[in-house]
Design a protein around this ligand. Structure first.
Ligand SMILES: Cc1ncc(COP(=O)(O)O)c(C=O)c1O
Length: 321
């Protein structure tokens, strides 16, 4: 773990990463096997997406695609935007976050507080308020590109920028390896951009080719598994966008899992009640998927999952009502 006791850091961006890992022994009571949860809400923006925000900006500074004084723009469900708002504040870039109105209001508030300009895009007429669909994302994408052109901005492009994968390959995966001493069998993740899954699966498989990597999708939209998409409107904010993911190398996927809204919410509530871990919908999806594996396909396995962000980001929803 990072040692904060012997130095003064030159900016809050230097606290990104090196998050703790906790064994979920209360959640797994009565089941053979283990779940190890990496607590990504310990990042300064309270989510794992701080990692990619820093990595993308650092790479762009190095390769000259982001110039001093240039504006940074990104399409975000809130967490990448919060990470970018923090990194841009510290490094002195203006940041514009483009987000669907379907995402929770805490996120927009937090980005604004961090100095970002937040552009909210109306949901598609067929979408359900609070449930961001692929169609909604397509609308946000259009608006994002328009703003990038208008402002001559640098677009972070979390769905395709190599930094989205490298942050996890070089850091998250290495941390997982060192925290577990390599003693685990399974990694799983609910995919948004798929950067966490792709980066971690790549590095962890290099370190131990026997590690099995499962990709988690919403029950009504198992797009990457090739299943039929019956309900693209789900509540698992941050992922399950029902689209192809350029960052994900399919050869790293051992298998697919699906989780429905209720299972994810129940698991998030159990994380809070039983483990004292206050997290969001997608963390609940990961925990529900890990429990399913222990009950079915991976009895007795040691499973690593990410707790992606803080439950504080969902107080306006009924997750913890
Ligand atoms: C809360 C939350 N969970 C999961 C994800 C998905 O992570 P990734 O983009 O690495 O697949 C995101 C991404 O924005 C997120 O904000």
């Amino acid at each position: 773990m990072r040692d904060y006791n012997h130095s003064i850091l030159e900016g809050v961006h230097l606290t990104i990463g090196q998050t703790p890992m906790v064994r979920l022994s209360r959640l797994t009571r009565g089941l053979a096997g283990d779940i190890y949860a990496k607590l990504e809400y310990f990042n300064p923006g309270f989510s794992k997406k701080d990692r990619i925000a820093l990595k993308i900006v650092e790479i762009a500074e190095q390769d000259g695609s982001l110039l001093p004084g240039q504006t940074v723009v990104e399409l975000t469900s809130g967490n990448t935007g919060t990470g970018l708002a923090i990194v841009c504040a510290v490094k002195g870039y203006k940041f514009v976050a483009v987000m669907s109105r379907g995402n929770s209001v805490e996120r927009a508030r937090m980005m604004k507080a961090l100095g970002a300009e937040v552009v909210l895009v109306d949901q598609a007429p067929s979408s359900v308020p609070g449930q961001v669909s692929g169609e909604d994302i397509a609308l946000v994408e259009q608006e994002t590109e328009r703003i990038v052109l208008e402002r001559g901005a640098f677009r972070a492009h979390q769905f395709q920028h190599p930094g989205s994968l490298l942050a996890h390959e070089e850091h998250t995966a290495e941390e997982i390896w060192s925290q577990t001493g390599g003693e685990f069998d399974v990694f799983l993740d609910f995919a948004g951009s798929g950067g966490t899954f792709a980066g971690c699966a790549k590095r962890l498989r290099e370190l131990n080719p026997a590690i099995r990597c499962y990709l988690v999708e919403p029950a009504g939209a198992p797009k990457l598994a090739g299943g039929s998409v019956t309900n693209p409107n789900h509540r698992l904010q941050g992922g399950g966008y029902n689209m192809e993911l350029p960052l994900v190398d399919r050869s790293l996927i051992t298998g697919f899992l699906t989780v429905d809204d209720e299972e994810a919410m129940e698991a998030a509530r159990r994380l809070a009640r039983e483990e004292g871990i206050f997290a969001g919908f997608s963390s609940g999806a990961n925990a529900a998927a890990a429990l399913k594996l222990l009950r079915e396909r991976e009895k007795g396995a040691r499973i690593v999952m990410s707790v992606n962000d803080s439950g504080l980001k969902y107080l306006s929803t009924d997750l913890y009502e």
